[in-house]
Design a protein around this ligand. Structure first.
Ligand code: AVJ
Length: 328
């Protein structure tokens, strides 16, 4: 279903109805709360306040991934434009597409850019960024897709020389099995002449990584606590903030940040909307998200398993973050 907004150059495709999406999301939340360790899905982080807090995180001195990725894009966007000759830029989990402007600028300067296709679950953010980008690049068309990148890749319109970008190391929030599924879906979406552009945070000194999620201003803790607030509001839950200590730690085995809380005392949390009570033991973990870090050999092997071959690899000066191009 497609409805066009004021400008004819902008179209928005809405793939998932709100009610369907909510039912599925609540179901997944229910099962995650009963898993081991218990988990409140990371999607609970990104309501309106959460998105503002995440934006604040990207400007923290300790949170290096955003700056590192911007550094690579600023240095390499021209090269990326030259290598890909991209006519359509697709961005998965586009958000406000802020860093994407560097890519769009380079593709526009190279004279190949015809279309921008942002895909995001947030209808409002998508419409705003579609308008802004259509205004900034008067000759291109913008086709926004309101959807879920784990489910809706088939909605990416056909075309030649498409670049599918997945930035910000968002892929690190998926567990390995789901990552494999997503990479396979991306591989099957790619036609000859298309490229996949992936941004990933790299394994490095654990102290540096841990600090990025334990900032001195406490913004990350506020951000993660907001998931409890959101669940109280939307799920009729009765989380009491004081009964949880924030704990984000580096797991050296899995090579991911494990971000969440530990219960300070045994207690029960009630979820009216889910009709469930969760009994927490003293010290029990309530995970909210993981943030995996990558090694070149590891991600290349994961991509290869999905049928994708890395053709370019760039890092920032300090080798904290990598951007790679792959083809099918
Ligand atoms: C936006 C998912 C990449 O994992 O670094 C930042 C989210 N969580 N601080 C990340 C996040 C806590 C972020 N991603």
């Amino acid at each position: 279903m497609t409805d066009s907004t004021t400008q004819p150059r902008i179209t928005i495709g809405v793939l998932v109805e709100d009610a369907d999406r909510r039912a599925e999301f609540y179901e997944a939340t229910f099962w995650s709360l009963r898993a081991t360790p218990r988990e409140l899905l990371a999607s609970w982080l990104y309501d309106e306040r959460g998105s503002i807090l995440f934006d604040e995180i990207t400007r923290l001195p300790e949170y290096y991934p955003t700056n590192a990725e911007r550094e690579i894009l600023a240095a390499r966007a021209g090269e990326i434009a030259e290598l890909t000759k991209g006519r359509t830029l697709v961005e998965l989990g586009a958000g406000t597409s802020e860093k994407t402007l560097l890519l769009l600028d380079a593709l526009a300067a190279a004279g190949t850019l015809e279309r921008f296709v942002p895909l995001d679950v947030s209808d409002d953010i998508l419409r705003l960024s579609a308008e802004a980008i259509a205004e900034r690049y008067p000759t291109i068309s913008v086709h926004g897709i309101v959807g879920d990148f784990e489910r809706d890749l088939a909605a990416i319109p056909p075309g030649e020389s498409r670049v599918i970008a997945f930035l910000g190391s968002t892929i690190g929030n998926l567990y390995p099995e789901r990552r494999a599924t997503l990479l396979q879906a991306i591989a099957s979406a790619l036609a000859p002449g298309d490229f996949f552009l992936l941004g990933i945070d790299l394994v490095k000194d654990p102290a540096v990584i841990a600090r990025a999620y334990n900032d001195s201003a406490g913004v990350t803790e506020q951000f993660v606590r907001n998931a409890l607030t959101a669940a109280n509001r939307d799920l009729g839950a009765d989380f009491v903030q004081e009964r949880f200590v924030f704990d984000a730690f580096w797991d050296p085995e899995r090579e991911w940040m494990d971000i969440g809380f530990n219960a300070v005392e045994a207690h029960t949390v009630h979820f009216a909307e889910l009709e469930v009570d969760i009994e927490l033991r003293e010290g029990e973990r309530l995970r909210v998200e993981v943030s995996s870090k990558f090694r070149r050999e590891g991600i290349e092997a994961e991509l290869a398993a999905a049928g994708l071959r890395v053709t370019s690899w760039w890092t920032d000066e300090a080798a904290r973050f990598a951007l790679l191009l792959a083809t099918g």
